[in-house]
Design a binder for this molecule. Structure first.
Ligand code: G4P
Length: 530
């Protein structure tokens, strides 16, 4: 096996998707604990502070207690090199999450054992399903009473139209969660709880289902219930099928508690074995295999001013094929210009470490002087481009009013950079004149506006205010200019142009949008940017 093949075999790149409060922060922290990347998980009191320390950069995030930007965390476990792509917790930053999911090879769907599938879980699940990436399910908070596991699973199946195959099953003693049964290995894991909310790894005893010890521990009733459940799953449940998993049609399910560390180790072991290594990617010249020797990658995220002391900008590149080496000269396909990727780094939230090499599945941060954009392909062989990262139309629009008109230049710079990072979308009322007095910004979620205002003021020195702008039903449109302009003259309809000059029509209500879609046969209405 070549060095490249071996590196690919041992790499896993995934993201966790969940509804707020399901326990994503806790689980992330515990995976890092088990992966040896941190040595003590935050105790209850330290947790709030620790939460920000691990994945939040901006002061605003700390003030508002939300995680705005996503980061990448690496750890080693069982010989695997794991890249965990963190996604923002708040739904207003869902665009960032969508882009991050494009860089992942699998996803872990985290559910609260009382709530099952919630709204945001469903949205993110849909994005994964469209990409046909494998989705694993982790049912969290089993340390406290929740929905019956069998019912929970059948609800997930009905709700998301996916088959579920429990890989681990919770073991209860008189209603108390004491361990999990690993069905693939036919092993019982019994945990003991520490008094520090899982600051350390949970102590575990491993045994078999019919061991005397388990009988004694559970008592006849709980033991009989467990055997009954497992027999039922074996006989009536969906059998495990690796192809169905890879196609995103079957989800392996795990039970546990991120807070008490119960069930995390069996989950990690099975997950790393079952999850796919870096996947092939579609490009303009066909499928690129990770084993292709030429280095290729794409930018899925740009983060400016991560460190207030150095006003810099970092582009996060997902390596798709070949070996990356520091100082490598690559082709920046969009501009056709060569680009030297110096000082590449890996990230653990704020911590940066210089790296000399990276392999498919890895994410590297490269210093960017304003050349790179989200979706850009880098390659040291040929002109391929990876399939674009979808850009969703904003749901909210606002006019930018600069408090000091003399600072217009700084405003333009700020807006341009925020757009390149994907933190804002800017629109103009003319397709050719991008100096219209009041640019219009768009956001998928309202909190994004707060972030824009904060960053325009603190990073670019342009205090502004935003004036809400009507029109909540946007579509990018492609078609004859005169037809688009005619539709735009309709009552309550507005024509805007994005930073690339693509026309976007805003309708006053869903009805007006539907009417135009039905009537205008020469115009194509697009839900993502062309
Ligand atoms: P999020 O990132 O998905 O929003 O969730 P987060 O980890 O912040 O967890 C949300 C709440 O759920 C926290 O409680 C956390 O302690 C709790 N939690 C996470 N995992 C488990 C688990 O396995 N069992 C139980 N019982 N609770 C869990 P909180 O009261 O909001 O915060 P804190 O006071 O614990 O910091």
């Amino acid at each position: 096996m070549t060095e490249l093949e071996n590196a690919i075999r041992l790499r896993r790149t995934f993201a966790i998707i969940s509804h707020p409060d399901a326990g994503k922060t806790t689980l992330t922290e515990k995976l890092l604990l088990y992966g040896g990347a941190i040595h003590l998980a935050g105790s209850v009191k330290a947790r709030r502070a620790a939460r920000h320390a691990t994945s939040d950069w901006m002061k605003l995030e700390q003030e508002r207690g939300i995680s705005v930007t996503s980061s990448v965390m690496q750890f080693e476990y069982d010989g695997y090199h794991v890249n965990l792509l963190d996604t923002p917790g708040h739904e207003d930053f869902s665009e960032d999450t969508y882009r991050t999911l494009v860089a992942a090879d699998s996803a872990v769907m985290l559910l609260d054992n009382r709530r099952g599938v919630e709204e945001r879980t469903r949205q993110l699940f849909d994005v994964c399903k469209k990409r046909r990436i494998p989705i694993f399910t982790f049912v969290n908070k089993c340390d406290r009473a929740g929905e019956d596991p069998l019912k929970l699973i059948s609800d997930v199946e009905a709700d998301l139209a996916i088959k579920c195959h429990p890989v681990t099953w919770p073991i209860f003693r008189d209603g108390t969660f004491v361990g999990v049964y690993d069905r693939r290995r036919a092993l019982i894991h019994l945990f003991s709880r520490d008094e520090e909310h899982g600051a350390h790894r949970a102590e575990v005893k491993v045994g078999s289902l019919d061991s005397k010890e388990l009988h004694a521990l559970l008592g006849p009733e709980s033991h009989a219930q467990l055997v009954h459940d497992i027999t039922l799953l074996d006989e009536a449940g969906h059998p495990f099928d690796h192809d169905e998993l890879l196609a995103g049609e079957l989800s392996p399910v795990f039970f546990g508690s991120a807070l008490t560390n119960f069930g995390l180790e069996p989950f990690l072991k099975e997950f790393l074995e079952l999850a796919p290594p870096p996947l092939p990617r579609e490009s303009t010249i066909g499928t690129i295999q990770p084993t292709d020797p030429a280095f290729t990658g794409f930018v899925f995220k740009i983060q400016a001013n991560m460190d207030p002391k150095h006003r810099d900008r970092v582009a996060f590149v997902r390596v798709c094929s070949g070996k990356f080496e520091a100082g490598m000269q690559v082709n920046h396909v969009r501009t056709g210009k060569p680009l030297r990727l110096s000082a590449p780094q890996q990230f653990m939230a704020r911590e940066r470490t210089a790296i000399t090499e990276a392999w498919p599945g890895d994410v590297i941060g490269v210093m960017d002087r304003g050349v790179l954009r989200i979706g850009d392909t880098l390659s040291n062989d040929g002109d391929l481009e990876f399939q674009g990262i979808p850009r969703f139309p904003p749901e909210h629009f606002a006019r930018v009013i600069v408090k000091d008109p003399m600072r217009r230049k700084q405003l333009d710079t700020g807006l341009r950079q925020l757009t390149e990072e994907g933190a804002a979308q800017v629109f103009f009322t003319s397709g050719t004149d991008t100096t219209s007095p009041t640019p219009i910004v768009g956001a998928v979620g309202l909190l994004q506006f707060d972030v824009m205002l904060f960053r325009l003021e603190t990073e670019y020195g342009v205090p502004c205010r935003f004036e809400p702008f009507a029109g909540r039903y946007p579509r990018w449109v492609v078609g004859p200019v005169e037809d688009i302009e005619r539709v735009a003259r309709g009552q309550g309809t507005t024509l805007l142009f994005d930073a690339k000059g693509n026309p976007l029509l805003l309708f006053q209500d869903a009805w007006a949008l539907r009417w135009a879609q039905d009537k205008e046969k020469t115009i194509t209405f697009l839900e993502t940017a062309p």
